[in-house]
Structure formats: C-alpha cells, structure tokens
Design a protein around this ligand. Structure first.
Ligand code: LLP
Length: 421
C-alpha cells in the first residue's frame, strides 16, 4: 500500500495534490511520500520482531539525505557501497555503528575514511580486499569488524542484470571455499570476524531462492562456529521485490519473508541484518512529467513528455515496466487508446512505454510514473545536458523540495576551459 491516491479526480501524494507541486517546482520532478517510506520500514520491523535485528536501508536505491534522515530517525541502519553513500548516511545523522559497508570494489581510501568515521562492519567480497583492509586497519591501529559476503550459488530468478548470487556473478567469495577464506581472515591482523553476509539479487518475486540461500547460510554458520569463529551477525542482503503493476501477482509481503527468516534462521542465535532498498523506497515515489507534444505518426501515436531516460533509466536499461497515471483521473468509461510514451532524448531507447493504454491526454497535461522511488533519481544523469530532476518530500499536507533543480549556469559552470585553449 502507498499514499499516492486519487482524491476528487486529482492524484495526490498523501494530502498534497501533485499538480500543486508541479505548479511550484515545475516538471519533471520526483516526489516521495514520508508516510509510505515509514510504513514500509515498519513492515520489515514488524516482520522481524522479536528477533534481534537491524534493517539497513540500501542507500543505493534512494540516497537523498532527507530520505535517509527520515529512515535513520526511525532506527534504520544503512547499507552503503561507496564512501559517497557513507558520507550521505553520516550527513543524515546515522551513527557509524549503524552503517554497513558493502561493495565489491572498496578502495583503500574508502576503507580508511569509514574506519576513522566509525562503521558497523565491512562486508568483504574477496581475498585481495581482506588483505587491503587488514593493511589499512593495521596502519591506523584500528580493528575492522568484518563479515565475508558468501556467494551461495543460488539463482534468484530475476532480471539478468540484477542477479548476483550465482557462481558466475562477480560478487562474494564462493561458498565452496568459504571455510578456508574465513580461516585466512581470522589470522590477518586488524580484522575481527563477526559474521556472514550474502545478497543474491534484486526484485525477487518468490521466497524460494531466499529460502535456499538462507538454508545454505545456516549450514555454513554451524561449520564456521565448529571451526572456532564467533559468528554473531548474519547479513541477508536485500532483494524482496515490489509490485510494479497492479494487475501482476503480488510478490511476497515482508511479513511472509520475516516468517521464512524466522523458520530458517531463528534458532541460530545471530543478530539478523537485512538490506532492503526497493521495497522501502520503490513504491514511495513517483516521477511527475508533463506532456510536451502529442504526435501522430504513421502507425502510432506518441506522447512526448518532458522527462527522459536520463531521469528514469529503468525502462531503457532493463525493459522495466512502470505504471503511468494521469494527474487528472480518467472519467469512468472514458475510452483508452494505445500510445507510446517517450522522452525528448535523441535515441529510440528513450521510450518509457510502448502501446500503453491511456485515456486521452493532451499537451500540457501531466502524468506520473509510479514505483519510481527506488533506482530512479539515483540513476539519473545529465545526458543531453538536462539538469538533474529535483526531489520533493511530502508529509501529510505539506511538502518540501529536498533537492533543488540545478540551474543551467550551475550545470555549465562545473566544466572548466583550460587556460591553454
Ligand atoms: N544489498 C546489496 C549488496 C545490493 O547489491 C543491493 C542491490 C541491495 C542490498 C538492495 O536490493 P533491493 O532490496 O533494492 O532489491 N538498478 C536496479 C537494481 C540494482 C540493485 C543492486 N543491488 C534496478 O533499477 O532494478
């Protein structure tokens, strides 16, 4: 459930009409609902209680500092994959002891900064990374708490580009060698082994791959403890999928996920960490855009909108579906017509939807892409010299711009002409 609903024929974010925001901020813009973010976070909390746990929001899904603050204030930890994300979490007031540092290519400089600033754990993904972290921590005279990300070789049965837990994927250490690598880690100075980590992919629509991977993790925890390691934490990664269409079969709910976690891992005596991103932020956001032209071509009709693939790349990159709704609700019985909804960028990949059944929408009217709160603004670029889209947060009957639209001057001023030109 989210808080983007029609009221009196107008699409609202909580108690604010999206068209009111459009008048103030201009289009396109991202809009997030504080109540939806809160609700999704609390669903996970409820699902895992009373197990000792920490919900570490995957900052990569939505890294706006206001969003991080809202979740951090509710008690969320953060899962970061770069020092940039780490610093955002810190800027949002999240203490280092609630920040886990994931990622397959952490640099020594990133390790140093996180160690100095305080970090809950590093989720280490390879032997060379173990060595690097050991050296960095030793040089600083600090101890780095670590888990190893173990690749369980389980197919998450999701989109090829976001599947991460098969042995051919670049992530983690192979489960078949995990015991040797843990033995090595335990001997390295500056490191303290505290747990096991995994993440098999994103937008999973069934619990089975999680169940299979978590079962392997439970066996591994027993083996590692028998080998003498104190395994206190189990980081299960993120990945629970969301409904992108209303008509689709709904993916499992956090409560069902939590029940499975308790069944498979509840007796291990580990603190459970999870790293959900999409389920918390995805359906808590929309991208609002205005139709520039309605263009009749020979075979089809196009809605050319002022958002483009640089603002929301998921359809172009993954062939992803986003529900699209007009800000003014269609009247019951109004005829629907198939249209292609495209942006102004100079390539055909800049297509949000093909032959989507929509009510009659004229130039100057606005539509909203649903489920755009995760992997939307964070994946935006300035391709075609289009400034990054602003972000707005709604709470109840008020809203705030939480990232302003840069001016063209600001965008251009970042480039420097060398004095020899
Ligand atoms: N933890 C780790 C280590 C991850 O790599 C990811 C996502 C997450 C947690 C969060 O997964 P979630 O709960 O959001 O599924 N850009 C793609 C998604 C990439 C996901 C990458 N890793 C998209 O737009 O679908």
């Amino acid at each position: 459930m989210d808080h983007f609903l029609y009221k009196n024929g107008q699409l609202f974010a909580e108690d604010v009409a999206l068209s009111e925001i459009a008048e103030t901020v201009g289009t396109p813009f991202y809009c997030y609902s504080a109540a939806t973010l809160t609700r999704h976070f609390l669903l996970f909390k409820e699902a895992l209680d009373p197990l000792p746990h920490l919900i570490c929001f995957a900052v990569k899904s939505n890294s706006n500092v206001a969003v991080l603050k809202l979740l951090g204030d509710l008690g969320a930890g953060m899962d970061v994959v770069s020092i940039g994300e780490y610093l955002r979490a810190k800027a949002a007031g999240v203490p280092g002891e609630r920040i886990v540092f994931s990622g397959v290519g952490k640099t020594r400089d990133e390790m140093r900064q996180a160690l100095q600033g305080g970090v809950r754990q590093f989720n280490v993904e390879s032997e060379p990374e173990l060595e690097a972290l050991s050296q960095v921590a030793t040089a600083l005279g600090l101890i780095a708490p670590i888990t190893l990300r173990v690749n369980p070789d389980v197919d998450a049965k999701t989109h090829e580009k976001i599947s991460t837990g098969r042995k051919e994927d670049k992530f983690g250490v192979p489960i078949s060698h995990a015991r040797e690598i843990y033995a090595r880690a335990a001997k390295l100075p500056g490191l303290k082994v505290i747990g096991v980590d995994m993440h098999i992919g994103s937008q999973l629509v069934s619990l089975e791959p999680f169940d299979a991977a978590y079962t392997k993790m439970a066996d591994l925890v027993h083996e590692l403890r028998a080998d003498g390691h104190a395994i206190e934490r189990l980081d299960l990664g993120g990945g629970l999928g969301i409904p992108y269409t209303r008509s689709n079969e709904a993916p499992p709910l956090p409560l069902e996920y939590g029940a499975m976690v308790k069944r498979v891992l509840g007796d291990l005596g580990c603190e459970i960490e999870i790293e959900p991103g999409r389920l918390i932020s995805g359906n808590a956001g929309v991208l609002v855009t205005e139709v520039i032209y309605r263009k009749q071509a020979e075979e089809r009709e196009f809605l050319i909108v002022d958002a483009a693939m640089n603002d929301l790349i998921r359809p172009a990159m993954y062939g992803a579906h986003h529900d699209i709704e007009p800000l003014i609700e269609a009247t019951p019985g109004e005829p629907m017509m198939p249209v292609d909804i495209v942006g102004p960028i100079c390539e055909s990949g800049d297509t949000f939807a093909k032959q989507r059944a929509m009510p009659m929408i004229a130039a100057g009217e606005r539509i909203a892409f649903r489920s755009a709160g995760a992997y939307g603004a964070v994946m935006a670029s300035e391709y075609n010299s289009r400034p990054l889209v602003p972000e707005v947060l709604v709470s109840g009957d008020h809203f705030a711009v939480i990232r302003a639209r840069p001016s063209y001057d600001e965008m251009i001023a970042r480039d420097k002409i060398p004095d020899w030109l």
